[in-house]
Design a protein around this ligand. Structure first.
Ligand SMILES: Nc1ncnc2c1ncn2[C@@H]1O[C@H](COP(=O)(O)OP(=O)(O)OP(=O)(O)O)[C@@H](O)[C@H]1O
Length: 483
């Protein structure tokens, strides 16, 4: 359910094993499966055509969501039944323009397929794509308008007395006309006064701090609508900038940053390219405490977001578009309007090539950056390197520019492998020897990241069995005084 790249967060079909496998041509009710559309953890969605007698209330094509029955333990099966019941309950009771529509529900009756037998099938209106898939292709040209639609969906949901509980790009669908539909209501819950009870489950990047390590009671997790507001704040930052608003190259590191942020020990790292009105809106949505966040209800936010989106105010930095110009073929007024929106978003997204943020650092590698917080130029290696200027992997900018931040991105490792970095070339690859040397600039343990305190021109780095306590980054061992 988590995703490394901004905008990820599970859900789409690309490469992920399908939770429920259904072959082409499979019949359920009056529907025949045409092919896969996407999968999540609890269900898989297939395009289907109606093969029964024509019915006014049913479209010719639909998306069939097969909810997993769970072939594991009875406890898991009960959990999956509860998730299915939540989604069916919400979709059969609520119909609103920005919520995906459900036409009917079916149950698979197929003793020959024990994995499918008894599965609930939701017959949904078929969307063209998901926001998750869209973000994989780069900045959506109409990001602000999409955000306005998403916020309207949230307002419709909250207005009806429900909260979503798992708002993220994979759960935002887009129709062929680019209108938005909120989907996947397996975590949705009906409000009982100020809060609702939801299953203890979340997608870390979109979960507010108060729910990261919550107490789970007998009825589940106590969730408030302000949790969806937090998720919307993260999503808006991701859609507009392609990055997360909290620092970190992995969901786990960003989750820890969210907790530090709630404790007042960390700040939001909003993209410098975000225009002030968006920055203020994201900051409001990401108020650290749920009480402060409750001041920003979805209906009020929807009005604000729509107003910002409709203004189409350009970002602070004008960007030259890349690639062959499409402007010549866009002569109509409508196309001009789309282009205006596209120009706005290109201005908001980081420069291609020189983007920023720790998330760029490939898993299993160590990365050094020319700016604080993983920004600016980046050099990265999977192992040690004796000389960044003449060695195997080179880092030309480091000849002139100091390294300002580091990320030792080895999330899969369990051993205590650390990285030492050196002001000179050709370190001596022996831990005892290294300790005696004087040109060591610093050391990071696995998965540590942060800013260096001095202007270090680093020339080499090496793997170590582990950082000394007093050398471990980000303790202030790397200062001007030990240069
Ligand atoms: N109505 C639809 N039309 C087209 N594609 C859809 C539709 N509903 C879902 N999908 C695709 O299927 C994917 C999985 O659907 P969904 O998120 O509802 O499943 P899930 O198992 O409940 O997910 P999660 O693991 O996020 O809880 C979506 O990300 C989307 O790509």
């Amino acid at each position: 359910m988590t995703g490394g790249s901004a905008g990820g967060g599970g859900g789409s079909g690309g490469g992920a094993p399908f939770a429920v496998t259904v072959p082409e041509g499979y019949r359920v009710g009056d529907w025949e499966v045409l092919g896969p559309l996407g999968t999540g953890s609890f269900g898989s969605v297939y395009a289907a055509r109606h093969v029964g007698p024509e019915e006014a209330a049913l479209p010719r094509r639909a998306a069939l969501k097969f909810l997993s029955t769970g072939t594991g333990t009875p406890r898991r099966a009960a959990y999956l039944r509860e998730l299915a019941a939540r989604e069916v309950e919400l979709l059969s009771r609520l119909r609103a323009p920005r919520l995906i529509r459900m036409y009917e529900t079916l149950t698979v009756d197929d003793a020959g397929r024990p994995d499918l037998d008894g599965a609930a099938v939701l017959v949904l209106e078929e969307a063209a794509t998901s926001l998750d898939a869209l973000l994989d292709e780069g900045p959506p040209p109409d990001g602000p308008a999409l955000l306005a639609g998403i916020c309207e969906g949230l307002a419709q949901l909250h207005g009806a007395g429900w909260l979503h509980g798992d708002l993220k790009p994979a759960n935002v669908l887009l129709m062929a006309d680019r209108s938005v539909r909120l989907a996947d209501f397996t975590m949705a819950a009906e409000l009982e006064g100020t809060h609702a009870y939801a299953p203890a489950f979340s997608t870390p990047d979109y979960t507010p701090p108060e729910l990261l390590w919550p107490e789970v009671g007998e009825r589940g997790l106590q969730v408030r609508p302000s949790a969806d507001i937090w998720a919307f704040g993260v999503l808006a930052h991701v859609v507009l900038t392609g990055t997360y608003p909290l620092p970190g190259g992995t969901p786990a590191v960003r989750r820890d940053a969210a907790v530090r942020y709630a404790l007042g020990e960390e700040e939001l790292r909003l993209s410098p390219h975000l225009p002030p009105e968006w920055a203020q809106l994201v900051t409001d949505c990401l108020s650290a405490g749920h009480r402060e966040r409750a001041a920003f209800d979805a209906a009020g936010l929807a009005v604000r977001v729509r107003a910002i989106a409709d203004t189409g105010r350009p970002g602070r930095r004008a960007r030259v578009r890349r690639g062959p110009s499409r402007r010549t073929v866009w002569s109509s007024l409508a196309a001009a309007a789309v282009f205006a929106a596209a120009a706005t978003v290109y201005a908001l997204w980081p420069d291609p090539g020189v983007t920023y943020g720790y998330h760029r650092c490939p898993a299993g590698e160590v990365c050094f950056f020319s700016e604080f917080n993983g920004n600016g130029e980046m050099c990265h290696w999977a192992g040690d390197d004796e000389d960044w200027l003449t060695g195997r992997t080179r880092c030309p900018w480091s000849a002139e520019q100091p390294v300002k931040s580091v990320f030792n991105n080895n999330q899969e490792r369990t051993e205590e492998i650390a990285i030492a970095y050196w002001r000179g070339p050709r370190f001596v690859p022996d831990a005892t020897e290294l300790k005696r040397r004087t040109d060591r600039a610093g050391c990071t343990d696995v998965n540590q990241q942060g800013n260096l305190k001095g202007d270090y021109k680093i020339r080499s780095h090496s793997w170590l069995p582990g950082c000394d306590e007093d050398q471990a980054f980000p303790r202030p061992t790397v200062t001007e005084s030990n240069l």
